[in-house]
Design a protein around this ligand. Structure first.
Ligand SMILES: [Zn+2]
Length: 312
């Protein structure tokens, strides 16, 4: 038995598999990523230690190793070493991406959930798999997809309709694209409704209320990319889809001609006139920081023409 294994055993540490079962669900609350253990970010290591009710000795015991090069004695916390071993095992099982891979992708050395890892984490946290799309955890694969999307320049002859979508079966690639679309749009708009600014998460901080709306809807084969997306709260998503408002090409709101004739008692939440109070003609919506990922004029034109009946 190696010196390290002997120390782990003497300290009665949990097994690597037991640590993985706590580590994965905890990552859901940390955006799916954690810095290398031992890099100074102790909070995460402490949270896992809390889950196992570790004693002060278990938390602080240090491994002593001799550095070959200069025969120097190096001390490092045994608990962090075990966390590294567990993460390393999870990476071998395809549940985490290693810091060496994330460094190339994001410039940061982190352990990061993979798509397989998030599925496993959801199962361990007892979150229904159907909720996966709502959880703003950027997995390694989604990050790859987003990095490509975010660096891209808006296409010149952009067609917001993807005619090949009709014939493509639902594949793992299209599911990934869908999640990538959602997270790219919501991230770009800071998880706020671009019309009313509403930003609110679930009590467990896992999901956001806001939705990534397709400007050309999914059922018309609207593309899953940032130029066909806009971030809207559920109420404004509905208002947009049914045509209570559209956008002008300068990103201001244009109201339906039926707006003025809505019955006076409708549209209230208690005494708050949510309908008229939040939809204001000529008001500009909130947009992402970078102009190159604003909604594309061709997507907006499609909405104006097909939902509003404006000839463009
Ligand atoms: Zn809203």
């Amino acid at each position: 038995m190696s010196y390290e294994s002997r120390v782990f055993s003497e300290l009665s540490f949990p097994s690597r598999d037991e640590v993985i079962r706590v580590l994965l669900p905890l990552l859901l609350k940390h955006k799916g990523r954690v810095k290398e253990f031992g890099s100074g970010d102790q909070e995460f290591a402490d949270d896992i230690a809390d889950e196992f009710n570790l004693s002060a000795k278990q938390r602080t015991f240090e491994l002593e190793t001799i550095v070959q090069k200069d025969s120097r004695l190096k001390k490092s916390p045994a608990w962090n070493r075990l966390l590294f071993r567990a993460a390393d095992l999870a990476a071998k099982q395809g549940l985490l991406a290693r810091p060496t891979s994330t460094l190339r992708l994001t410039g940061r050395r982190e352990w990061m959930l993979t798509e397989r890892g998030i599925d496993e984490a959801l199962q361990l946290a007892r979150v229904p798999i159907g909720e996966k799309d709502k959880i703003p955890v950027v997995t390694f694969e989604v990050q790859k997809f987003q990095s490509k999307l975010e660096k891209a320049e808006p296409p010149k002859n952009y067609n917001p309709i993807d005619t090949t979508k009709k014939v493509k079966a639902v594949s793992s690639e299209s599911l990934l694209r869908n999640r990538g679309f959602r997270l790219a749009v919501l991230g770009a708009y800071d998880y706020r409704c671009s019309v009313c600014g509403l930003k609110i998460s679930s009590p467990d901080s896992l999901t956001w209320e806001v939705e990534a709306a397709h400007i050309v809807p999914h059922r018309f084969y609207g593309r899953d990319d940032i130029w066909n997306g806009i971030s809207l709260c559920r109420f404004h998503h509905w208002c947009f889809d049914v045509g209570w408002f559209t956008l002008r090409l300068d990103f201001t709101i244009e109201l339906s001609s039926s707006f003025e004739s809505v019955s006076a008692e409708l549209g209230y939440m208690g005494s708050l006139d949510v309908f008229r109070g939040s939809l204001i003609d000529k008001q500009k919506i909130a947009l992402p920081k970078r102009k190159s990922i604003f909604p594309h004029g061709n997507s907006i034109s499609w909405h104006r023409e097909n939902v509003f009946g404006h000839k463009v």
